[in-house]
Design a binder for this molecule. Structure first.
Ligand code: NAP
Length: 255
């Protein structure tokens, strides 16, 4: 049974129309939280309908939900999004930096634009969101910032210098920010997932995926709900004394 330990809290989850972000939104709502579901609409994609579906699932659990469009690489759009969430819910207690992309290639062939886009979404996007929420969390002397890093930040991975650097950057951001705001009642933590069964991982070539799974001590991919459970814990009052931590959720892949 899920404890409703997040009753009365509100959360913003970036990239929550699908994958791990969607599981986090649903898990936080199950815990009693109102949730804002961020998605992107641009020339290449529009996940408004998927985000609305997640919102309806949240509302069916008796919680408030809102969808908010914003590209996390755009600071102005992020600031507008955060203000809209605060206006709607009255406050923002929990930020989950989940939005992320991969553009894999060995360094030899890595195009600068693929370096820039991965750093831009994964790392700079997390900075933008943290920057946009920090003043109101400081004023209220409470808050949770949880960012989704990756096992790749810790172990490295061939073909992922851009992704690994962006996720290692998230860990550096997390630890420094944790120190800056520790006395303000705000905790800042990261989660380092291993290989989780989402579109991002299903896009891997089949053979590479099979090899990856064979190397996981638990012998299987993780599920988005495994990451969502870790987020729910770090967001809860029970985790009040945990900050600057990187929680691995990886089936033993990297210890
Ligand atoms: P996913 O299914 O590809 O979903 C990625 C999410 O990020 C989507 O909702 C996407 O939104 C959003 N996003 C991408 N660019 C964005 C932008 N500029 N602004 C706002 N949102 C943006 O990936 P996932 O597997 O759920 O991954 C979620 C997070 O976990 C990522 O940070 C990823 O790096 C991390 N992670 C995943 C794994 C894994 O094995 N799956 C392992 C370690 C870490 P749209 O749908 O609107 O494009």
């Amino acid at each position: 049974m899920i404890e409703r330990s997040l009753e009365g809290k509100s959360a913003l989850i970036t990239g929550a129309s699908r994958g791990i972000g969607k599981a986090i939104a649903l898990r936080l709502a199950e815990g009693g939280c109102d949730v804002a579901i961020n998605y992107v609409a641009d020339a290449n994609r529009d996940n408004a309908a998927e985000a609305e579906d997640v919102a309806r699932e949240v509302e069916a659990m008796g919680r408030q939900a809102m969808t908010v469009e914003a590209d996390v690489t755009n600071l102005e759009a992020v600031e507008t999004m955060v203000q809209a969430v605060i206006d709607r819910f009255g406050a923002l207690d929990i930020l989950v930096n989940n939005a992320g992309i991969t553009r894999d290639s060995t360094l030899k062939r890595l195009a600068k634009e693929d370096w820039d886009s991965v750093i831009g979404v994964n790392l700079t996007g997390s900075f933008h969101c943290a920057r946009a929420v920090i003043d109101s969390m400081r004023e209220r002397r409470s808050g949770r910032i949880i960012s989704i890093a990756s096992v790749v930040a810790l172990s490295g991975n061939i073909g992922q210098t851009n992704y690994g650097a962006s996720k290692a950057g998230i860990i550096g951001l997390t630890k420094s920010l944790a120190r800056e705001v520790a006395r303000r009642g705000i905790t800042v933590n990261a989660i380092a997932p291993g290989f989780i069964d989402t579109e991002m991982v299903r896009a891997m070539p089949e053979e590479a995926l099979e090899q990856t799974i064979a190397g996981i001590p638990m012998g299987c991919l993780g599920q988005p709900e495994d990451i969502a459970a870790a987020v729910a814990f770090l967001a809860s009052d029970e985790a009040r004394y945990i900050t600057g931590h990187v929680l691995s959720v990886n089936g033993g892949l990297y210890m």
